[in-house]
Ligand binder design. Structure first.
Ligand SMILES: Nc1ncnc2c1ncn2[C@@H]1O[C@H](COP(=O)(O)OP(=O)(O)OP(=O)(O)O)[C@@H](O)[C@H]1O
Length: 649
């Protein structure tokens, strides 16, 4: 359980500059540096929560996506290891506003009417469009409630403990640690021939052989749509074929499930550890909870439970006098003994299920109590560029060998503390190793199965040394090739940039907010979406991406099509749609582009579309930056550059 603000003692702000890893020449200095960054991040999370709780206007506070206000308690139950499970919803069964409270998120539930109420800590255990379920230990006070995302202290404690183990590591773990830190050289054996299960392209085959030849660590670099998950699944299959036990992990539940989905089709004994509510419904049969439930020994547990119930009924009878009290104590002692018998049987069932599994899948936040001291021959970490350095050691300390998969040219890990980010917390292990060891440590997948070649080319040139190749199945595909879609000027070409320069499509600050929006660009998006509908494109084939949350909100209000996805770039990493419209939003006279300057974010946005990519932006604002200048040139050369004056808006 997170301790929220309630139990967090006041801390002094750390005013010293954070250390950098460049000077961390000893193992102690290395882990001291990571611990310093982690503490700064914790402080930033706590400060953010305090600031959010001070926002008076309740509409604004919900805009952060981290708080729900005016929530009614709709129902309560006992579940999840005896904890209270509370169902909350808006009055009048209104749908919940867009929010980042996900299953597993640590939260604080407090009295909506009393800003001074410190609230009680809890964990989101289910979420639906109209309700949020939270598991708590204590009943919260109040008639109407507010639910705040809270700092994740449990995860942090686990990371700190794993780093302590890594610092003191010996034997094999020490060797791997030192290779990752960079004080020992990389080691590979001669790659061997492999009998592939999946039909892989040559770079994917090469990547599998390379990973299998690694003695300590290898990296699979997977640019957008190049089959990184397919390749990692084949690596895991080959490891199991060689008698290895594998831990497959990723920072998000979605990425773990994507991998799990492939693995269960390839191997019989694949286990998913994690709360079933966090796992894709179709895959829940592979969770530890469900496998433990299905174990035949559970019959015995059910019998013992009935026996305990009988004893408790007997103990509640009216006992009189000294011997009566003794009799009751004896009955209770017997029930306790039976309870510990149940726990022992449960532990042995869990051990059995774990022992039978060739592959264990989990997020990188590992339940150490559950896995005990289990070690794995190979640990495969997907989405490795989304994991900060302190967050990897739980998995690494269980590994004999580590395989990382990811793309350091897409979004880095989310870090709140600017100081820690500046010192290096936003740089993943994978990015560091690619920078430090170069091609010796990684293999890149280069055949992509998503984008029309014209959509792919700019990203390939800017981020992947022009190495990407579009597979023949996608190379020339266009919207008008889809069944039921008309051939129009919008559907027959793969690319379009609409320049708003000179048309006074000015950006503005959202009223009472901090985020930027651009209402005229939003109008243009609405018109384009209508045109796409008219040409026969369905709402679920379209995505609108905006870098700013305020522009996303504006568009969601204007476009009333539930199946049409409108989100920030961060919400789209790893996804794809037939057609993507990007509204760049920034348009000002001083050429300020804010966080569009992190071009990896734009790379993600530009590589989500399969058949048509439309970008709307102000060339006068964007063109000041060299990257965007090249992008404008690219569209121009591809004869895909239009001025907004050619469109009705
Ligand atoms: N060798 C291959 N032959 C044919 N299709 C392939 C091959 N490898 C991957 N694909 C297809 O390409 C698509 C993307 O594959 P996958 O999901 O493994 O990619 P990814 O790199 O993990 O994606 P992302 O860019 O979302 O990280 C899938 O539809 C997959 O079936």
């Amino acid at each position: 359980m997170p301790n929220g603000s309630k139990n967090t003692p006041a801390r002094k702000a750390n005013t010293k500059r954070p250390p950098s890893l460049d000077h961390a020449i000893t193992v102690d200095a290395y882990f001291d540096t990571l611990a310093d960054w982690l503490e700064r991040e914790a402080e930033a999370e706590r400060e953010r929560m305090v600031r959010r709780r001070q926002i008076r206007d309740q509409t604004n506070v919900e805009r952060t996506g981290e708080t729900l206000v005016r929530m009614d308690l709709l129902d309560h139950n006992t579940g999840l290891a005896g904890r209270l499970v509370l169902d909350f919803g808006k009055p009048g069964e209104k749908p919940l506003p867009q929010n980042r409270l996900k299953v597993g998120s640590p939260v604080v539930v407090s009295d909506n009417a009393n800003p001074a109420d410190k609230g009680v800590p809890g964990v989101v255990s289910a979420r639906r469009p109209h309700t949020l379920q939270v598991a708590v230990d204590v009943w919260p006070e109040g008639d109407r409630f507010r639910i705040d995302l809270s700092p994740d202290e449990t995860t942090r404690r686990r990371q700190v403990a794993a780093m302590a183990r890594a610092r003191d590591a010996s034997g094999r773990a020490k060797t791997l640690r030192d290779v990752l830190i960079g004080t020992r050289p990389l080691r590979f054996s001669e790659p061997k021939e492999v009998d592939f299960l999946t039909s892989l392209n040559p770079p994917q085959q090469d990547a599998v052989r390379f990973a299998l030849s690694a003695k300590d660590v290898a990296i699979i670099h997977g640019p957008p749509g190049t089959g990184k998950t397919t390749t990692l699944a084949e690596i895991i299959y080959q490891c199991v074929l060689r008698g290895e036990r594998v831990l497959a992990c990723a920072s998000s539940n979605t990425a773990v499930d994507n991998l799990l989905e492939r693995l269960v089709a390839m191997l019989p004994h694949v286990l998913r550890v994690g709360h079933p509510a966090r796992v894709f419904e179709a895959l829940r049969g592979h969770t530890l909870d469900e496998l433990v439930d299905a174990d035949p020994s559970n019959e015995v547990i059910r019998d013992i439970r009935r026996e305990i119930q009988g004893l408790m009924n007997a103990a509640s009878k009216d006992f009189r006098g000294k011997s009566g009290h003794r009799q009751r104590r004896e009955i209770q002692a017997e029930a306790n003994q039976l309870r510990s018998q149940i726990r022992a049987i449960e532990r042995s069932i869990i051990r059995g299920v774990l022992d039978r599994s060739d592959v264990v899948c989990t997020t990188t936040t590992i339940d150490d109590d559950l896995l005990g001291d289990r070690e794995f021959d190979t640990v495969v970490m997907d989405e490795a560029c989304q994991s900060t350095l302190p967050s990897i050691w739980q998995a690494v300390m269980r590994a004999d060998r580590l395989i990382l998969g990811g793309d350091h040219q897409q979004l880095p890990p989310t870090v709140l503390s600017n100081e820690a980010a500046g010192a290096g917390l936003r740089e993943s292990l994978m990015q560091r190793m690619v920078n430090r060891d170069g091609e010796e440590v990684f293999r890149r997948l280069t055949v992509q199965y998503r984008m029309n070649e014209s959509i792919m080319r700019f990203s390939s040139d800017m981020f992947y040394d022009s190495s990407l190749v579009a597979d023949a199945s996608v190379k020339a595909h266009r919207l008008c090739d889809l069944k039921g879609v008309d051939t129009t000027s919008l559907t027959e070409t793969p690319l379009m940039f609409i320049d708003t320069a000179g048309a006074e499509f000015d950006e503005e600050l959202e009223p009472d907010g901090e985020s930027k929006r651009n209402p005229k660009e939003a109008n243009l998006v609405v018109n384009l979406v209508r045109e796409l509908f008219q040409a026969g494109i369905c709402a679920n084939q379209i995505a609108v991406i905006a870098p700013y949350a305020a522009q996303v909100r504006l568009l969601r209000n204007r476009l009333d099509a539930p199946e049409l996805e409108i989100d920030t770039v961060d919400g789209f990493q790893g996804r794809e749609k037939e057609v993507v419209i990007i509204t760049m939003t920034r348009s000002n006279s001083i050429g300020e582009i804010g966080f569009l300057a992190d071009t990896r974010r734009t790379n993600v946005a530009l590589t989500r579309a399969k058949r048509k990519l439309i970008v709307i932006g102000d060339s006068a604002t964007l063109g000041i930056n060299g990257f965007y200048e090249s992008m404008l040139e690219y569209f121009d050369k591809a004869d895909s550059y239009r001025s907004v004056f050619e469109f009705d808006s």
